[in-house]
Design a protein around this ligand. Sequence first.
Ligand SMILES: Cc1cc2nc3c(=O)[nH]c(=O)nc-3n(C[C@H](O)[C@H](O)[C@H](O)COP(=O)(O)O)c2cc1C
Length: 384
Amino acid sequence: MSSHLFQPIRLRGLTLDNRIMVSPMCQYSAVDGCATDWHLMHLGQFAVSGAGLVMVEMTDVEPRGRITPYCLGLYSDANEQALKRVVDFCKRHGHARIGIQLAHAGRKASTLPPWEGRRLLRPEEGGWEPVAPSAVASGAGAAVPRALTLDEIGQIRDAFVSATQRAARIGFDAIELHCAHGYLLHQFLSPLSNHRTDRYGGSLENRMRFPLEVFAAMRAAWPEDKPLGVRVSATDWAEGGWSLPDTLAFARALKALGCDWIDVSSGGLVKNQVIETYPGYQVPFAEAVRQATGLTTIAIGMITEPRHAEAIVAHGQADMVALARGMLYDPRWAWHAAAELGATVYYPNQYLRCRPWVRHDTFAEREAARAEEFHLPAVFKQPE
Ligand SMILES: Cc1cc2nc3c(=O)[nH]c(=O)nc-3n(C[C@H](O)[C@H](O)[C@H](O)COP(=O)(O)O)c2cc1C
């Protein structure tokens, strides 16, 4: 029986080879928002990995929307040029389709990278003032952001549109709008971070307004045949916070605006979240979104085993799976999964000879394969 995970999938005008996505992963390795050689290596390896879609890390639409001074951005011509070099490289050498996750960190901005402790950056260290829907910190020790004015909210929406236009010029195949993990758009959605009393706060409808406006404006600026999806946090894992029923309402509203997928994660908004994690712990949220809306869904979170990924797709819990840490650990994950599931997967020509079905155990098998590969006569002897 053929693998479900390795069936192609169509997202608008884009067809992916299979249902495996390399999840977006911040690298904190940019200079003034510009991609570097690190990105060439990091994304280049995934472009030849056999995964259907590689999603470039959270890329911020304005400088103050960066988590750290080393985050990727798409707000300047220099950013666009640097990222185009990486995307051209990936497309020249690889086969995966390349998407970009566009974002704004909001109140989670202006910190040091994880390996330097994530602490807040002071102004004298190059830090800046984080902005958010309301002047509410995510917990003890976190920055108290400045509440955005209505004018600034409009400017940030325009920054998302401008980054979308840059992504189109670069030649990205897809965009994922980041509405998860406690960043700006999630901060608008959740009642724990949004205490506004204007049309952007209060009721669920009002809290969803800004993310939906951003999505609609991006959709209008993005080529009609290219897909645009959204990553959500299905729940805040905290009392009084954003929850699964809210996510379903949000997903329905996004569907009406032409959303092509929902990538279902969770948490990240408040420090007092309580999460019990285990393999596939977020999959039921993806399944609920899929059942309620019929939208293409992507499951993410502690999925590392090929047979687990296969079962998620085969049982209709999600249409695709994304892997983050598992891909860092094993960038050849898709090759290994294909071998385990008996599926075929892309290999670059230069690496064809390492395919497991080419690496035969016996001399005779190896020589037969060699003869086939190099068009030699298939006559040889087993050595004494
Ligand atoms: C190094 C690293 C960087 C990450 N950066 C992002 C990011 O840019 N955007 C995002 O939505 N999630 C980000 N995440 C979360 C992952 O995409 C993923 O949702 C999470 O790690 C759970 O999946 P996993 O169990 O396969 O690692 C990051 C995770 C890691 C490990």
